[in-house]
Ligand binder design. Structure first.
Ligand code: CP
Length: 308
């Protein structure tokens, strides 16, 4: 495999190879080896047309830890504001010698288009409401580290599924890896085609919590809601927010996740977000390791093929 555009493109063996490689890389950094020479002489371009904190910085850190040269491009302050197209921007960056282009874009499908224009590998760092495959990989890695397995794990993904690229990528990846996913959301925040997704659906968070090993809270994407957002923020929080009372319904070993950024006090209370059973900060650290594994395997041609 040359590109990573959708979690759905990853077979079980490829997904496990990425998680196992990330595990090996984590062991290397635990031995205080901060930098590996693996991608010396290669160039990774971070092409961000939408805001990001975790994904952009962790891809940069991942590439640098593998000794790659990194070019960071942000649409703000670039010639995109003068009307330059995605294609011309991509070709300009490729002329500077990109071996991999990591792209975040507000348009679903932008990474797929980009892959037809550039010679290097394309990694989807979030496209519109479509997919965010490396987030799903780091989530699976974090779950496996905390819970010791993915097979048979009961995962509730809660909240604004309609606008969430994280939810779709997690459903696709976790089902491939044998976890049982239940999406929990008000009907207004579920996509019409959800019945075709490989997961269960529920509107009742209180009923799902006691049966869950992992609860992944999603950010309510207020910037993508239309004026008729229903339920209201207060009603949403009352029925779908994870506060202390709801947290108490979980079994003692269950964990709480959130991809960030969070709306504290809306989908998750500060007390739950900061509890020892929350993996939110761990997920960020794991993001660097998993993205190192993705860059290493894609640029080495090892996903879907032989390790070179
Ligand atoms: N989880 C995630 O994608 O966060 P950023 O938007 O900060 O990259």
């Amino acid at each position: 495999m040359k590109h990573l555009i959708s979690a759905g493109d990853l077979g079980r063996d490829d997904a496990l190879l990425i998680l196992d490689t990330a595990e090996e890389l984590a062991r290397v950094s635990e031995r205080s080896i901060k930098k590996l020479p693996t991608l010396r002489g290669r160039t990774v371009v971070n092409l961000f047309f939408e805001d990001s904190t975790r994904t952009r910085i962790s891809f940069e850190a991942a590439a640098k830890r593998l000794s790659a040269d990194v070019i960071n491009f942000s649409a703000k302050g670039s010639s995109v504001s003068k009307g330059e197209s995605l294609k011309d921007t991509a070709l300009t960056l490729e002329a500077m010698g990109a071996d991999a282009v990591v792209i975040r874009h507000s348009a679903s499908g932008a990474p797929h288009r980009l892959a037809t224009w550039v010679r290097g590998s394309v990694v989807n760092a979030g496209d519109g409401t479509h997919e965010h495959p490396t987030q799903a990989l780091l989530d699976a890695f974090s779950m496996r580290r905390r819970m010791g397995r993915l097979e048979g794990l009961k995962v509730a993904v809660v909240g604004d599924v309609l606008h969430s690229r994280v939810a779709r990528s997690n459903v696709l990846l976790l089902s491939t890896l044998g976890a049982e996913v239940t999406l929990v959301a008000p009907p207004t925040l579920l996509p019409v085609a959800v019945e075709n997704w490989p997961c269960q659906v529920s509107y009742d968070l209180d009923a799902v919590l006691p049966k869950s090993d992992v609860v992944m809270m999603l950010r309510v994407q207020l910037e993508r809601q239309n004026a008729a957002f229903f339920p209201s923020a207060r009603e949403y929080s009352r029925r779908y927010g994870l506060d202390r009372q709801r947290f108490a319904k979980l079994h003692d070993d269950a964990i709480v996740m959130h991809p960030g950024p969070m709306n504290r006090g809306m989908e998750i209370s500060a007390e739950v977000a900061d509890s020892p059973r929350s993996t939110i900060v761990e997920q960020v650290g794991n993001g660097v390791t998993v993205r190192m594994a993705v860059l290493y395997l894609l640029l080495g041609g090892a996903i879907g093929g032989e390790v070179k």
